[in-house]
Design a protein around this ligand. Structure first.
Ligand code: MSP
Length: 540
């Protein structure tokens, strides 16, 4: 956990803006696909913190089930030892490295989770929502999910069928299980979707769920008795709870369900569940039905992101295409990494990562458009005004146009990033503004104006440089949720805090467009280069 939100700005009872990521399976180390969602949630929650809202950002790990158990066995350790090792050595350190400011990290093997999960399912059992039955069908351990025959691909032999996601053979399972009466919830779910058109996003995801629920829902097998790595059913300890039913509850157990009613009232229902499109049905069908059965409110939104692809396939460790985020951050840096995936791929659609595309965006958008602007402005304030920010005493239409451009950029970014989760659109708006400031300098030519030593000439020069520095002040605020280290470097180079503006983290979206906030007299220094020239692409 890199940082903790300051919750002091709002009253204790105000509902919090609560965002969750999926909890990740710890059978393996994280790859770019996992980091993609976690970074998106981090940017979203940092944006809302910067609005001054009370925010709660949750991530964690999904540690039960057959997949984890088999991985641990194959490695000659107990499942718990395996999970502890992966969480501590791989998952938590990655989130810290990527500057993820989560407020909590839930592990499904923690007692605070398992004890509440048992109470939740006992309650459903007592209400008659769970009954005993038998089931047989094809099961994919990779997905931890029963499949329908129509969803499978043909395998190498006539009998073999493959999971369409993992391209691995499914297993035939036949056992006595407990079932949740999911089939009873179809009409109520459809009613809920109709009354809450924004519940599932994007529209393609919503349509997929509607089509699925409009067919008859089947009851859901929620227990397994052939292995024991899971939460035991309290009324029949020969069974462990199906890993998905266990996992989904992390969103309430971490938020204080059954343990801290006050906190739970403040946090639940969640504002946004971020999920990959492959786990949409669990979140938009099964989870809401379970909550309805328990009499709890439903989350406000489930937003599905697309997949990062490699060679036309979902990037994954099981397909041996999983790339470690550190392979990229060691070359491009953490902030550029956080920026790139959100800027390059419209949120909600699949996208391919390419080294060339990343390099091109790094060079043109980050290093040239943004980084050079910051260093040129600091250098000119240094050269012409000894590093002391002068006042804009001769502002006219050109300066007004920059201020107007900022107002438009803040409004667009706030709507797109903060509400629509259109990170690419929001970043495009911010970088349009950066381009506008570059254009302003190109037209105003301060390096030529500097040669005019008249009072008028010097007033123009001061005005141009103040305008550019003030534009950078706002840009640092707008980019802070996306590239926190870079924004901080810029903040330091503008001397903003020392001049009385306060810490970057204390700036708000609401005041970002208030023109003239950067105090005259601020000490502007050249500081660190924001985006250094890239080394050659590593060959290995
Ligand atoms: N443990 C479950 C989630 C339980 S949530 C109550 C799970 N874990 S997972 O580790 O397999 O996947 C977690 C998330 O990573 C999913 O949202 C999945 O879509 C996402 N991704 C895995 N590979 C991905 C890509 N190549 N691209 C983008 N996201 C992908 O499912």
């Amino acid at each position: 956990m890199a940082a903790t939100a300051d919750h002091s700005t709002t009253g204790a009872t105000a509902p919090a803006y609560y965002v969750s990521t999926p909890i990740y399976y710890v059978n393996d180390r994280p790859h770019l696909g996992h980091a993609y969602t976690t970074v998106a949630g981090d940017v979203l929650t940092r944006w809302h913190r910067q609005r001054g809202e009370k925010v709660w950002y949750l991530t964690g790990t999904d540690e039960h089930g057959q997949k984890i158990m088999r991985t641990a066995e194959a490695n000659g350790v107990s499942p718990q030892q395996w999970c502890d090792k992966l969480v501590e050595e791989a998952w938590k350190p990655l989130w810290e490295h990527l500057e993820i400011a989560n407020d909590d990290f839930i592990r499904t093997t923690e007692e605070r989770h398992t004890a509440r999960v048992q109470e939740f399912v006992q309650d459903l059992f007592d209400k008659g929502e769970i009954y005993k039955g038998g089931y047989s069908g094809p099961y994919c351990v990779g997905c931890e999910e029963f499949k329908l025959p129509a969803e499978l691909l043909d395998g190498a032999t006539a009998d073999e069928k493959l999971c369409a996601v993992h391209k691995r053979p499914v297993e035939w399972l036949e056992e006595e299980n407990y079932f949740f009466r999911l089939s009873a919830y179809g009409p109520r779910l459809l009613e809920f979707y109709a009354a809450n058109p924004d519940f599932i996003q994007p529209a393609s995801a919503r349509n997929e769920v509607l089509r699925f629920v409009e067919q008859d829902l089947k009851d859901l097998s929620i227990s397994r008795s052939t292995f024991d790595w899971g939460v035991p059913l309290p009324w029949d300890e020969k069974h462990v709870l199906y890993v998905w039913v266990d996992a989904l509850q992390n969103y309430i157990t971490a938020a204080g369900y059954g343990s801290d009613p006050e906190r739970f009232a403040e946090l639940w229902p969640a504002s946004v569940h971020l999920v990959g499109k492959d786990i949409l049905r669990f979140h938009a069908v099964i989870w809401p039905a379970m909550l309805m059965a328990a009499g709890l409110p439903l989350p406000k939104r489930v937003v599905a992101n697309g997949w990062l692809m490699v060679g036309g396939e979902k990037m994954s460790k099981s397909n041996l295409t999983g790339i470690a985020p550190t392979d990229l951050t060691s070359h491009f840096g953490v902030d550029a990494y956080r920026y790139y995936f959100l800027r390059a791929i419209p949120f909600g659609t699949d996208g391919s990562f390419s080294w060339e595309d990343f390099t091109a965006r790094y060079t043109s958008e980050l290093a040239n458009d943004f980084g050079n602007l910051a260093s040129r402005v600091a250098a000119m304030v240094g050269k012409y005004f000894d590093g002391v920010l002068p006042a804009a005493t001769a502002a006219g239409d050109a300066e007004q146009a920059v201020a107007d451009g900022l107002t438009a950029a803040v409004a667009a970014a706030d709507l797109k990033i903060g509400e629509e989760l259109d990170f690419a659109g929001g970043l495009a708006a911010i970088f349009e503004f950066v381009k506008q400031v570059n254009g302003y300098l190109t037209t105003q030519e301060p390096w030529k104006v500097a040669k005019d030593e008249s009072e008028e000439g010097q007033a123009r020069l001061a005005t141009i440089l103040y305008t550019a520095a003030e534009a950078l002040r706002a840009t640092a605020v707008l980019l802070n949720p996306v590239m926190p280290s870079t924004a901080e470097k810029l903040w330091v180079s503008l001397g903003a805090e020392a001049a009385g503006l306060g810490a970057l983290g204390a700036q708000t979206v609401a005041t970002a467009a208030d023109w003239g906030r950067l105090p005259v007299g601020a000490t502007v220094t050249k500081g660190e280069i924001l985006f250094p020239r890239l080394e050659e692409k590593p060959t290995a």
